[in-house]
Design a protein around this ligand. Structure first.
Ligand code: G6P
Ligand code: MN
Length: 415
């Protein structure tokens, strides 16, 4: 959250006179974040009003933009998402694979509730979504409500920086056409100061030595060289599935547990910051760049800027060969009418089949998460490239739904 406030303050002049409403189910955290944000806003002398709402309806009332980022069940649920697939020989990851499917099943009903309140109270509002899996959530809202939504993830920014560093290009001057699906994007076309680098990318990739040390980096470099393009960091889960599985199984903790262990210190930091006159809360986790992309998207729509941002939106034909209704992650010009995705051509052939398979899984997952249809849920897991056997899909589905029962009203209707 502090990252969102930082983002807002960075665009305070464009947003002058706006009212910011925070909403959280956890009253203690909500109050802390309100106090911290109020201090940050006051210290910056920004013309922004702030209030906090425990209830959803008053929080959404009259909104122009609804920035959504939450995880039903919190980090404990993430731990289950990451550990259940592992027991069945499948990578356990919070957004990719069956872990991401289970998270989608928890996230989608909440987003659909927000969408339905908005349809009644603020039908012109834009949902600017960070809730993961962001593309599945975006797809479910687009298909099952009349609300307006754009899905965000800043992975591409981090990935571009990573590749710029490895390839010896200054990140700030490099622009990439990342195209595909969220956490499954690929970049073949790169521009340095607006000029296509073309064959230079291939040459630099060929000369690139896999860095020693970090295994994930070595895998990514191997992939880039083999595929002849820049892969998203999540590509290793697909092309090194069994290696990652072994790595995860050998670890004593899940990523969720590692993150949980850091939470108390982070919240102590926020508590201390909220008492300062000019707070400088930690930039760790939600304190850094995350919020900035959301604010950029909001300003681009509010100010009809037509800015190029990489977002998740309907394909509509910009990726050739992928159905028009697919939700894709592509460079788009974002203005008053929302994102207008830019024509990207076909998917690179070496990853075309994989990307199409992931899309089919995502379509089924969004459908299952929105409707609670168990057969669709099983089909989604069976369609996922990580899942090789029906019995595995059956087992993960049964165990996963039971473990998350309290957050799955669509699968377990009351009574
Ligand atoms: C990246 C991804 C996000 C994801 C996050 C998890 O930023 O793009 O979608 O939520 O990593 O990071 P964490 O530190 O929680 O493992
Ligand atoms: Mn992401």
């Amino acid at each position: 959250m502090p990252g969102v406030i930082r983002g807002l303050l960075g665009r305070a002049a464009d947003l002058a006179g706006s009212q910011l409403v925070l909403h959280d189910l956890d009253g203690g955290r909500l109050d802390l974040m309100r106090r911290l944000a109020a201090r940050m806003i006051a210290a910056a002398g920004a013309d922004l009003e702030i209030r906090a709402e425990r209830e959803l309806r008053p929080a959404l009332d009259g909104a122009d933009f609804v920035f959504t980022t939450f995880r039903p069940g919190g980090m404990r649920a993430r731990h289950l998402d990451e550990s259940i697939p592992l027991r069945h020989g499948v990578v356990g990851q919070e957004t990719a694979g069956p872990g991401g499917f289970l998270m989608a099943c928890r996230s989608v009903p909440v987003l659909l509730e927000i969408a339905s309140v908005l349809e009644e109270t603020a039908p012109r509002a834009w949902i600017v979504n960070y809730t993961n899996p962001t593309n599945i959530v975006t797809d479910a809202v687009l298909r099952h409500s009349g609300a307006r939504i754009v899905g965000l993830c800043d992975q591409h920014a981090g990935d571009l920086e990573l590749w710029a560093g490895l390839l010896g290009w200054p990140a700030g001057r490099l622009e990439a056409d990342w195209l595909g699906l969220n956490h499954a994007t690929w970049a073949e076309r790169l521009r340095l100061d607006g000029v296509e680098v073309g064959g230079e990318l291939t040459e630099r990739l060929e000369r690139l030595e896999p860095p020693s040390g970090d295994l994930a980096m070595r895998q990514l470099v191997e992939l880039a060289r083999a595929l002849g393009l820049l892969p998203n960091s999540y590509a290793r889960y697909y092309f090194f599935h069994d290696d990652v599985l072994a790595e995860l199984r050998a670890r004593p903790t899940t990523r969720a547990q590692d993150v949980m262990a850091r939470m108390p210190a982070l919240f102590d930091d926020y508590q201390a910051a909220a008492r300062q006159h000019a707070p400088q809360p930690s930039r760790e986790r939600g304190g850094g760049g995350h919020g900035e992309l959301a604010i950029e998207a909001i300003c681009a729509i509010a100010g009809d800027e037509g800015r190029r941002l990489i977002v998740n939106t309907r394909n509509g034909g910009v990726i050739e060969g992928l159905e028009a209704e697919a939700v894709v992650e592509v460079p788009s010009l974002v203005g008053a009418a929302g994102p207008a995705p830019l024509a990207m051509g076909p998917l690179p052939r070496p990853v075309r089949g994989l990307t199409m398979a992931i899309h089919e899984y995502e379509w089924l997952a969004a459908e299952a998460a929105a409707t609670g249809d168990r057969r669709r849920a099983l089909q989604a897991l069976m369609a996922h490239p990580f899942v090789k056997r029906k019995a595995v899909a059956d087992a993960i589905l049964e165990e996963g739904l039971a473990a998350h029962r309290d957050h799955l009203p669509q699968f377990f209707p009351a009574g």
